[in-house]
Design a binder for this molecule. Structure first.
Ligand code: HEM
Length: 472
């Protein structure tokens, strides 16, 4: 047997009559030690947790010269994310350093006064009131994407994460930039983002050795070029809008109008570009990962897929699902909620303490790290029945879910600004595609969830698609 420095945890998955234990790495019995922690975290940020972290607790561990305080009870999550939000609003230095070239002072990594000024602006343009209008773009793009699937030979295997990212990138690109961006420019943005993300390293040695701000990362020509590809396109569209052109009603149009109405916000071209880039990045990978996992789960739980088809037929008959159907598609919505519980696209939310603090019995030093982990709180044995089982019904029939035990969109003032957009988009895309296609995961394939920046399947998700016979 070949010698490997690091052996990932075994993946547990079990399927039976009417039940599915969704794939997850087996929790470790003992802490992995320093080398195991480093190699394990670089392989996947969800594979190195011990059994006792899968219940509500506040605990701490050392990684090199840092203490990390894991905050994993609803009560203490509320303390960090709401009560003491101002002390814990900073993202970890590795995240800030990794994204700074691409996003500048964009909302995702900004803090303090900049974040406070910009948050209402971004929250307003992706607000739930705008979802019905943006929903038409979601419908249009998904239907045209479905035509591509319909034209595929049925035995043609492809990778589902990339396909879903193509769909959601097209949706967010059209909502931000409008419909007349042009295929080449759209491709340039999408390629620039994906190259940048491929080259992100989210391990900053300097931080773990004691430098509170981490070490500056040499970004190298590939990443710089990728960021420039994105910036060039966005700046051009911003300038078109500033000169009075551009599509009315697009997110960029709304940003530019806001700049004109509120000059005190000081939104120059770079600031507009950074916020547009932030929405693009935050707004497509997460939804794509959610859709990919939802398709895996319903393929493994055919009784749920059957019930979804019945619901879609009952609500929509033979027509396409639309954004106006979302509320009536209760099971489709519950499937997305349960997918986000089992596979939160952002499984870890590390925060850096501005000042020393106390969480539970633990002192957090100034500059220290507090870890909020949707991955762990969503699977806490004492908070959820059979937490590894796929059971969308948990979210149905007026179920009361503790908002601090279910945090796929984070919680508190820094909650995902695009929550309603992302949720509606995921439900709508799923309903449209499920109505038209059976997505078949390769027989015998077992998904291994791993977390690098978002939660993905280790070797991608090989699938084929088969058009469904539509009722006359
Ligand atoms: C299923 C889809 C989505 C999920 C699970 C998700 C999840 C999250 C999470 C967990 C955060 C907080 C990250 C942190 O605190 O470190 C976040 C922030 C954010 N998300 Fe989403 N997101 C989704 C879709 C979207 C969409 C569609 C948009 C835009 C249209 C969006 C825009 C943002 C923005 C701007 C932030 C930064 C908010 C701030 O720091 O104030 N997200 N998202």
């Amino acid at each position: 047997m070949a010698f490997r420095l690091y052996e990932p945890a075994r993946v547990i998955e079990e399927q039976g009559d009417g039940y599915l234990v969704a794939p997850h790495p087996q929790p470790l019995k003992d802490p992995p030690g320093i080398l195991g922690s480093i190699l394990g975290s670089r392989y996947s940020l969800i594979g190195t947790w011990t059994e006792d972290c899968y219940e509500s607790c506040v605990t701490a561990f050392d990684l090199m010269r840092r203490e990390v305080v894991l905050v994993n009870t609803p009560e203490h999550i509320k303390y960090v994310m709401v009560t003491r939000h101002q002390n814990f609003e900073r993202k970890s230095p590795q995240m800030r350093r990794a994204l700074e070239v691409l996003l500048g002072d964009g909302l995702f990594i900004s803090e303090g006064e900049t974040w406070k000024r910009r948050r209402p602006l971004v929250a307003d343009i992706v607000h739930k009131n705008r979802v019905p209008v943006f929903g038409r773009t979601m419908e249009e793009v998904t239907l045209s994407f479905a035509q591509g699937w319909a034209a595929k030979p049925q035995d043609e295997e492809f990778e589902l994460t990339a396909a879903m990212a193509e769909l959601t990138a097209e949706i967010i690109s059209r909502t931000i930039f409008g419909h007349d961006l042009g295929a080449d420019a759209a491709r340039q943005v999408i390629d620039g983002f994906s190259t940048y993300q491929k080259h992100i390293d989210n391990f900053n040695l300097g931080y773990w050795l004691g430098w509170d701000e981490g070490w500056p990362i040499p970004h190298g020509p590939v990443k710089n070029r990728a960021a420039k590809m994105v910036h060039d396109v966005i700046e051009k569209v911003v300038n078109t809008h500033l000169a009075g052109g551009g599509e009315e009603g697009s997110m960029l149009d709304l940003l530019v109008k806001r700049r004109q109405r509120n000059p005190e916000l000081g939104l120059d071209v770079e600031a507009l570009r950074n916020e547009a880039a932030t929405i693009f990045m935050a707004g497509h990978e997460t939804t794509a990962a959610t859709l990919m996992w939802a398709f895996y789960l319903i393929d493994r739980a055919p009784w749920i897929e059957k019930a979804m088809l019945e619901e879609i037929a009952r609500v929509c008959g033979d027509r396409n699902p639309t954004i106006d159907d979302i509320d009536a598609l209760e099971l489709c919505k519950a499937v997305i909620s349960e997918t986000l519980r089992l596979y939160p696209p952002v499984p870890l939310l590390p925060r850096q303490a501005r000042e020393a603090d106390r969480v539970g019995d633990y002192e957090v030093k100034k500059g220290g790290m507090v870890m909020i982990a949707p991955w762990l709180i969503h699977r806490a044995h004492d908070l959820w029945d059979d937490p590894n089982h796929f059971r969308p019904e948990r979210f149905m029939n007026g179920a009361r879910i503790n908002p601090f035990a279910y945090i796929p969109f984070a919680v508190g003032p820094r909650v995902c600004a695009g929550l309603n957009f992302g949720q509606s988009e995921a439900i709508l895309c799923l309903a449209i595609l499920v109505q038209k296609f059976k997505v078949k995961v390769r027989p015998g394939y077992r998904a291994e969830p791993v977390c690098r920046l978002t939660l993905r399947a280790a070797d991608g998700m090989p699938v084929t698609v088969e058009p469904r016979a539509r009722a006359a």
